[in-house]
Ligand binder design. Sequence first.
Ligand SMILES: Cc1cc2nc3c(=O)[nH]c(=O)nc-3n(C[C@H](O)[C@H](O)[C@H](O)COP(=O)(O)OP(=O)(O)OC[C@H]3O[C@@H](n4cnc5c(N)ncnc54)[C@H](O)[C@@H]3O)c2cc1C
Length: 294
Amino acid sequence: MTSVIERLRGESPAFSIEFFPPRDAADEAVLWRSIRELEPLDPAYMSITYGAGGSSRDGTIRSIARVATETTLVPMAHLTAVDHSVAELRNVIGWYAAVGVRNILALRGDPPGDPYGEWVPHPQGLSYAEELVALVRSLGDFCVGVSAFPYGHPRSLDLDTDTKYLVRKFRAGADFGIAQLFFEAEDFLRLRDRVAAAGCDALVIPGVMPLTTPRTLHTTIRLSGAPAPQRLLDRLEPLADDPKAFRAEGLDVVTELCERLIAEGVPDLHFYTFNRSKATREVVHRLGLVPARA
Ligand SMILES: Cc1cc2nc3c(=O)[nH]c(=O)nc-3n(C[C@H](O)[C@H](O)[C@H](O)COP(=O)(O)OP(=O)(O)OC[C@H]3O[C@@H](n4cnc5c(N)ncnc54)[C@H](O)[C@@H]3O)c2cc1C
């Protein structure tokens, strides 16, 4: 099976898609409709996030196994160190391998319940993503991705420290990074420059959220960890009560951002889909990122 890094080294820019595990049968139907609608557009890979515990984690494993066995997509499973001993992490990685998933996004994760609460590692577990990267690498021929933060991770003291630990994840064996949400192409490009200036040539790809509703805008602001630029708010906030106009303007904003990123040579745009396909399909068609037959 092709690895994510092989797909990212393709000749033309590509896109990839991220989903979260379904909570129930209705969710599962929505997820699978979206996967099937995006599959013919030949995304570089697809990923499924890893939840805070219990049934949602089973949902990740079940869904990624189904993608690996029933679709033509390259699957990547997320994995976090939250509430796992090293023995449990080895088990999950083994399950991924057993169903044919050879791409893992290795994350530390947040304290369950309160993402800004104190991080307490499992007594037999890991403290940082860097250690999970090394663990995954030690267990087989996996392609490993990590997270990266254009404005710095919320817990980082400053951008230099943030870059230092990001580069350590690459030195520990990560093949590529996916950036958290951001607003302006320059914000992402500065992250890419910081990594390069630290002497690291690892690929970092931008994370993109189609801005279809005020809720997606607020989620982007929350996840990015930075205030939205006034220029963006001036374009979208006046349309908050007009769903159609908001969606049209939001997708224009995102398309313009993606065009700028492609012009700057990014090999892939990673779309956070919220398990829906329509907005992502629209944007990638507008960007010309889909095969002619689609
Ligand atoms: C693309 C993407 C996908 C994500 N998917 C998921 C998901 O599926 N499930 C989920 O629960 N969360 C997910 N997250 C959120 C992520 O788990 C959180 O952002 C979490 O707070 C940090 O995880 P990390 O892997 O970045 O941690 P780390 O890279 O370990 O960093 C955590 C903090 O510790 C610092 N640090 C790192 N290494 C060291 C060290 N050796 N010594 C001292 N300090 C250090 C870092 O600078 C940072 O401030 C995702 C985030 C992104 C960007």
